[in-house]
Design a protein around this ligand. Structure first.
Ligand SMILES: Cc1cc2nc3c(=O)[nH]c(=O)nc-3n(C[C@H](O)[C@H](O)[C@H](O)COP(=O)(O)OP(=O)(O)OC[C@H]3O[C@@H](n4cnc5c(N)ncnc54)[C@H](O)[C@@H]3O)c2cc1C
Length: 715
């Protein structure tokens, strides 16, 4: 705690301590005021301003220090100053005092509370940032909520001080009026209990609900405005139309059909979207073939004198297509039609919140789910339009192996393809503008992958910014700026094929969003609220087009919320839950993560402990000739509660599942340690990291006594 904080705390402690030590609380009761009312009235008549000011200051002090007696003083204020003057004095004094208490709580406690419970308070913070004034107004209107508690608790939230002040001033007015008015009849009041009759409290509760009702009314009026220019059909052709048959659209349609809704799924290209056709499935198939070649190259490590693989790159790429064909039935029109989904091949356009046009034919619908996905982003590098570059959309059409492949981008997609092509025999250069590849991961994790890439022969160029592509004597060259080199000299990299993998941008244009005025975020995704609703409450978005994640499993996760909210939102809506999101990058070694890593914990000021286990010590990993990698678990200091896990190593993407379950269902490392893991498996690593945590938290004192007990038993 800083010196200033200590000083403020000391002053508050002295003032509060002094209040009770000198028995000042004895003066803040009804009997005392009644006994002194005559004298106080005299003083007020003789010196109205002075008396008013003294009363004001005492009132501010009592409320600012959260001392008991504010209610009594409010009554006394009514008795001394009458209804109007009393109301003015007390209204300002109580609001100023409340704000001082709020500021003290904020200054002394907010940082440490947010630091300690920042993650748990995340939802509350977001709620207060968005609707804090409404919540506060409701609380203030109902005097049954303790006044001092609201001041102290609000100080811990992100609400602005000025908002707190004016909302308090207005919100407390009704309650203050009741008390001050009662005070004008002080002689007739025997206790505080009578002032707030159950009937009056009920009226306040109704008053308290008013802002929430007002909010609903405002949103109903806003909806009317939004929908005003569209004719609502008397009846609808469909309950739901889903645009896009990728992971998000397929799952949305599946759920809708499962609950017997009349649902139409529109796809303009291929069922299965990116994941099946150009994303997860082909990339993992290619990675598998490349891994096989890597194992052949490592034959001697496995005790095989020599092994040779003869292959044709075109066959490998055909195998990739074969894998797609094998998975295809899962996402096919036939399967979904059988499930009860009407599948339409065509380009969809939203023409109103109630109508979707598909290649000239218009269907009416109660709700719409936008699941149009994303596409590779191609940066405007000078000269790029002069060459036939590839992206993750088009790379699958290659049938001859690029001799020199240049991959622009150090993210998961770029990195996976870099290693696969290097293993297949290309000479790969990876260019990344940032100081590391896989920038979202901790630096040591990026380094492990980058070191492996370099060992396998990839020319990894981090801190290299692509400037232009030029043609020099029939050769194609990428000119980069080396951001580490202060002399500013250009770096020239020759290549045969360029693969651009610098990120993906949501598909938001050309199908009606502009015309309807549906806002796009600064990340270029469709703007939705936590229910995945756009500004039109019956139009939803999920998957890559909505963000913030770009994974198949998050698209499917969001799809459940979009489908359920679209079909049953009139009764109950569900806010999408992103509390435990896992992902993996399928490089070799794989990198998998759930929850926080150190970078994020530090950035968010969340205290943590790190427990590690190096997989080079694991029996199964040794037997498999894959004894490398690590598990890094972040826990709440002193507790086994998991904040996040990163795994680098063989099958990291599978191993992480145990931690995903732990975080989702609230069990910690002790429970993982107490679970039988089959020997010898890679999964045992999870138990060993839990064991390392346990060792670091052994109750040393208890063990000392146990040792003494055992020695004593020896006689
Ligand atoms: C190379 C690569 C590897 C990847 N690997 C993984 C991985 O290992 N794990 C993982 O979780 N994720 C991975 N991803 C990401 C994953 O593919 C996406 O997150 C996922 O496909 C998103 O699904 P979606 O339904 O939101 O969008 P998409 O799959 O893109 O589907 C959107 C569909 O909408 C259609 N569409 C668009 N506009 C219209 C319109 N107006 N009318 C009709 N149809 C329309 C499109 O044709 C498309 O089929 C990878 C991506 C790539 C590119």
């Amino acid at each position: 705690m800083s010196q200033t904080k200590l000083l403020v705390l000391l002053v508050i402690a002295i003032l509060v301590g002094g209040f009770f030590f000198f028995g000042l609380n004895d003066y803040l009761n009804l009997e005392y005021f009644k006994s002194q009312q005559f004298k106080i009235d005299e003083a007020y008549r003789a010196n109205p301003w002075q008396t008013g000011l003294i009363f004001f200051v005492i009132y501010v002090a009592v409320t600012a220090l959260s001392l008991p007696g504010a209610a009594i003083m409010t009554l006394a204020g009514g008795a001394i100053f009458g209804l109007f003057v009393g109301l003015v004095i007390i209204s300002f004094a109580s609001s100023i005092g409340a704000t001082l208490a709020f500021l003290a709580s904020r200054f002394l406690l907010r940082d440490s509370i947010q630091k300690k419970f920042g993650q748990q308070l995340g939802a509350i913070n977001r709620g207060v940032e968005k609707d804090g004034a409404f919540y506060l107004f409701t609380l203030r209107l109902v005097p049954a909520f303790p006044f001092f508690l609201i001041n102290l608790l609000m100080g811990l939230t992100p609400i602005r001080s000025w908002t707190f002040y004016w909302v308090s001033q207005i919100g407390m007015l009704a309650g203050t009026l009741v008390y001050v008015n009662a005070g004008t009849q002080l002689a007739k009041i025997d206790s505080l209990a009578g002032i707030l009759s159950p009937g009056l409290i009920a009226s306040f509760v109704i008053l308290g609900l008013f802002p929430l009702l007002a909010k609903r009314l405002v949103s109903a009026i806003r909806n009317r405005q939004i929908y005003k220019k569209f004719d609502k059909p008397k009846s609808f052709d469909r309950n739901l139309i889903v645009i896009g048959a990728g992971a998000a659209g397929l799952v949305t349609a599946y759920i809708a059909a499962a609950v017997k809704a009349k649902v139409t799924l529109v796809e303009k290209h291929k069922m299965g979207g990116d994941c099946l056709n150009t994303g997860c499935v082909p990339s993992k198939a290619l990675i598998r073939s490349a891994k096989f070649l890597n194992h052949v190259n490592r034959a001697q490590e496995f005790g095989i004198k020599s092994a040779k693989a003869e292959f044709d790159f075109a066959d490998v790429m055909e195998r990739v297509q074969d894998v797609i064909r094998k998975v295809e039935p899962h996402d096919s029109v036939e399967r979904y039609t059988e499930l009860g989904v009407e599948c339409i091949q065509g380009q969809a356009k939203i023409t109103s919140p109630y109508t979707v046009e598909i290649d000239g034919r218009t269907l009416t619908t109660q709700s719409i789910v936008i699941a149009t996905g994303a596409r590779p982003f191609v940066p405007p590098i000078k000269g790029i339009d002069k060459i036939d570059y590839y992206t993750s959309d088009s790379i699958w059409s290659l049938r001859s192996l690029p001799k020199r492949l240049l991959v622009l981008g150090g993210g998961p997609i770029g990195s996976e393809l870099v290693q696969a092509f290097q293993r297949l025999g290309s000479s790969v250069t990876q260019v990344e503008m940032l100081p590391r590849i896989l920038i979202r991961e901790d630096p040591e994790i990026s380094k492990i992958v980058m070191d492996r890439f370099r060992t396998e022969g990839v020319d990894v160029r981090v801190n290299h910014k692509a400037k232009k592509i030029v043609s020099e004597h029939g050769r194609t060259v990428l000119v980069c700026e080396n951001l580490e080199d202060d002399s500013g000299g250009d770096v020239r990299i020759e290549f045969d094929i360029l693969l651009v993998a610098v990120g993906r941008v949501a598909n938001t244009a050309g199908f009606g969003l502009e015309e309807l005025g549906i806002p796009i975020t600064k990340n270029r995704t469709v703007e939705t609220d936590s229910y995945l609703q756009t500004i039109y409450p019956n139009i939803f978005a999920c998957g890559d087009v909505a963000g913030p994640f770009q994974f198949t499993h998050t698209a499917a996760h969001q799809a459940w919320y979009a489908a359920v909210n679209a079909l049953f939102g009139n009764w109950k809506k569900f806010a999408a839950d992103y509390s435990v999101i896992p992902w993996a990058t399928f490089t070799d070694p794989e990198v998998a993560r759930v929850g926080l890593n150190e970078l994020e914990a530090l950035a968010q000021g969340i205290p943590y402990e790190v427990t590690r286990y190096d997989i080079d010590d694991l029996d199964r990993a040794i037997a498999d000739q894959e004894a490398h990698g690590l598990i890094k678990v972040l826990t709440v200091p002193g507790k086994d509660k998991i904040l996040g896990v990163t795994i680098v190593g063989e099958h990291a993407g599978d191993l992480i599942a145990e931690y995903v379950a732990a975080m989702r269902h609230g069990f910690g490392l002790n429970k993982i340690l107490g679970t039988i893991h089959i020997y010898p498996t890679l999964a045992e690593a999870n138990k060993y990291v839990a064991g390392n945590w346990k060792k670091a938290h052994t109750p040393k004192k208890l063990l000392m006594w146990v040792e003494r007990y055992q020695n004593w038993r020896l006689g």
